[in-house]
Design a protein around this ligand. Sequence first.
Ligand code: FES
Length: 589
Amino acid sequence: MTNNEEGTRPDLRSAHWFGPHDLTGFVHRTAIQAEGFSGFAVKDRPVVGIANSWSELVNCNIHFRLLADAVKRGVLMAGGLPLEFPTMSLGESLMKPSAMQFRNLMAMDTEESIRSYPLDAIVLLGGCDKTVPAQLMGAASADVPTIMLTGGPQEPAVFRGKQLGVGTDTWKYADELRAGKMTQADFDELEASAKPTAGHCSEMGTASTMTSLVEALGMCLPSTAAIPAVHARRAQAAEATGRRAVEMALTGGPKPSEILTPEAFDNAITLLMAVGGSTNAVVHLLALARRVGYELQLDRFHEISERTPRIVNVRPSGEYLVQQLFNSGGISAVLKELSPLLHRDVLTVTGESLEAGYANAPDPDGDVITTLDKPFDATGSIAVVRGSLAPKGAVIKRSAASPELLQHRGPAVVFDDIYDLGRRIDDPELDISEDSVLVLRNSGPAGAPGMPEWGMLPIPEKLLKRGIRDVVRISDARMSGTAFGTTVLHVAPEAAVGGPLAIVQDGDPIVLDVATQRLDLDIPQEEIERRLAEVKLPERKYNRGYGRLYVDHVLQADEGCDFDFLQGIPGEEPQRLPYGLMSGWQGGW
Ligand code: FES
């Protein structure tokens, strides 16, 4: 079977590779035929790329080969050619110093793989925390029609008859162990039960938050975000995603730039606040918006948080796990209840409005999902604070904080970096009380580098033994979406670039007032200016390779920690070279 110009749909992007009846078309078609496909496979047929973040280093995405097979089945049923390709994969648990340091690298990998190959539509397979924003960012910049299939939450772990949120409850049991209230043997048993199946973390941590936001943004099929990883309906959703990808390829859209509008970001932020979602989503949405040329601001999160009640009862802000949320109607049911607060007519990957996707979802059950007029919290989960300690802002997850600490004045106990913290946090001589404010610096995007999830500083052992489980903590780091406590995060600018966190000294009074959005170093302004003028910036941590690229170009948390050269409108398609100018006959297209 041969292919030729007349036999190929000229409106398909892949036709530029496979259509021409010349030597380069020959080369491209033989590359496919070398894999055992016939020429028929690319004749008049859309090619759907499946960007797979499967990896044995990423347990959360370990079922993605099965999901990719189901996507392929759907693509073939609809008459397309599925071609799976690997992307970098970012595992939250094993990757050091922080998976966040490599989010932009995975985004670049995804973007350039999409752009440089003959693909008419893309299915993104992401799950673990950073894989989803990285793939979305890359796809947004490539701007080829894209639909996402997320991996789903793992089955809940059970320990001593109680369901565990793998992150949230591990932090709590770790404190119990340090306080001497749990034996090491019990803790070892917890370790063996903590992660029972494939899939991402089972509470509303960063992964579940991001996969939920994918649905609110309109980048996946409706009602798919919360389906458990090992549930048959997830494979069914994968098959349906493959079928829809072929339709998107044939109609040339919608493209990410048509879906990721300012209104879509408003919808995603509204959902973020209503589910008690992860603070990490703030950084990822800021970065994603800038990929499509929308200068989303931190203050927009606060504005939407103020008008959005929390209506979902899932850990760490609530009681249940995402599996129970799925059983209660999933994200579609939450969006339906939030409908008065949403831009309902925005376009989604279905080609229809967001509202059309959730219209048939069940009503709130009043337990896992409640109604807007009887919320679990009157306002959204995340607040933005600013002041002399954070001139460009910081965030706090107020729904997972101690209410009595949301307005607080106390003396600073300062740790210069994570190593200093490790050395001294449990020192019996540490001068600290429940009124103290723990400060960790040099843990931001450029300083750590990679802005790791160090923001939930451990409570010092001497306070744990007195029964104290929370104090105010402030840092330029992030915090796991499964974590909790009165933790002010993402302080910008960070200490390593000369932000005010660099000048805090032990004993300085710090004022946090979430109601008035203030975070201040309560010392005279002249003293602040004097100390800032004397700040010595730390030495750059990397001098070569990706680390060097990262520290030289990463933006601050209030801009999403993307690279400065990756923001903006979609990149350019590769150019078809005239035959005579090709450097090698394989090189043109
Ligand atoms: Fe992958 Fe939590 S470790 S989602």
